[in-house]
Design a protein around this ligand. Structure first.
Ligand code: AMP
Ligand code: TRP
Length: 332
């Protein structure tokens, strides 16, 4: 039986990029087979690698749980839990730090990008972030990790650490593989389509949030940066704005990029933008309706997270005991 695991940070409202690149993949994987172990968590420990307001963070943890459920994760099939509630993540993260070189962490692209943006001091947890992520993955002997393309380098780090541990202490961890979609793995900013669409973009209209209402979605798409060529073609280098809109449309409509291009071959940019908005609303509206129902049901959310915590802790505690024993930690 294969194990599939992934996490999302509760560091703000989720974006259309998170949905198309990651969460829709979780749901499709979940529904594709019954013979698999699925674990999806709320990466709250990762969120505090940059400053967070405690009240807002706790609210975001609940909101992300409700969104997971609203997007179609089914607690009868998937284990849904909060990372910080399973203490073994931090424990294994620390142990793996002892095998990680500072130099390889300093070379991580996301660290360099985030450090450049940081106005207050850069925490050491931001540097060791990929090690905690490796712990998340290796703790459960994950075979596959569905993520957006920005996490590829972190997955490589997890594979390296697994191999390093295995060769130093004997075979212990499975070597995980990333699952990255061909299309949708990197949805771009609507205002600068050479940059990733991100939760933390300062320009609100650069990002579609999963809870944006219909009018806001239409306005944001209408003001999306395109070009002045006047024709619709998928060409990321020369037409990044139009290519991003075609990607969003094709993902929301379940079409290939070729089919989306064909659909718009005689259309103008106005028509493209209006149909892209329709396609997003078609996907997000049912999620928003379910979200609003679930968010009011504290008992249900708590039950899902309690069950998830128990199941995840059971698997994680067995692994951490094995690891500590191999490393020589604890009593003789
Ligand atoms: P994060 O919000 O950084 O916790 O990301 C959660 C998941 O969403 C990860 O698998 C990311 O790779 C994915 N993701 C984030 N932003 C995008 C984007 N703009 N396009 C596609 N996937 C994304
Ligand atoms: N670092 C991931 C992100 O920002 C979130 C994450 C944390 C994750 N731990 C993980 C994803 C383990 C996959 C597997 O998107």
């Amino acid at each position: 039986m294969k194990t599939i695991l992934s996490g999302v940070q509760p560091s703000g409202m989720l974006t259309l990029g998170n949905y198309l690149g990651a969460i829709s993949q979780f749901v499709n994987l979940q529904n594709s087979s019954d013979d698999q172990e699925l674990l999806f968590f709320i990466a709250d420990l990762h969120a505090i690698t940059v400053p967070q307001d405690a009240t807002i963070l706790r609210k975001n943890i609940k909101s992300l749980t409700a969104l997971y459920l609203a997007c179609g994760l089914d607690p009868n099939k998937s284990t849904i839990f909060v990372q910080s509630e399973v203490k073994e993540h931090s424990e294994l993260g620390y142990i793996l730090q002892s095998l990680t070189y500072i130099g390889e962490l300093e070379r991580m692209t996301q660290f360099k990008d985030k450090m450049a943006k940081q106005t207050q001091g850069v925490s050491s947890a931001l540097l060791t972030y990929p090690v905690l992520m490796a712990a998340d993955i290796l703790l459960y002997n994950s075979d596959y990790v569905p993520v957006g393309v920005d996490q590829k380098q972190h997955l490589e780090m997890a594979r390296n650490l697994a191999e390093r541990f295995n060769s130093r202490y004997s075979d212990t961890f499975k070597i995980p593989e990333p699952l990255i979609l061909k299309s949708g793995a990197k949805i771009m900013s609507l205002q600068d389509p050479t940059k990733k669409m991100s939760k933390s973009d300062k320009l609100d209209k650069a990002t579609i949030f999963l809870l944006d209402d219909e009018n806001i979605i239409r306005k944001k798409i209408a003001s999306a940066v395109t070009d002045s060529d006047g024709f619709i073609k998928y060409d990321v280098d020369n037409k990044p704005g139009i290519s991003n809109l075609l990607t969003i449309y094709s993902c929301c409509m379940n079409l290939s990029i070729k089919e989306a291009e064909e659909h718009f071959k005689d259309a103008n940019y106005g028509t493209l933008k209006s149909e892209v908005s329709d396609s997003i609303i078609k996907v997000l509206k049912p999620i928003q309706d379910r979200y609003n129902e679930i968010l009011n049901n504290n008992d249900y959310i708590n039950k899902v997270l309690d069950t998830g915590k128990e199941k995840a802790s059971y698997i994680a505690s067995k692994m951490i005991n094995k690891v500590k024993h191999k490393v020589g930690l604890g009593r003789f």
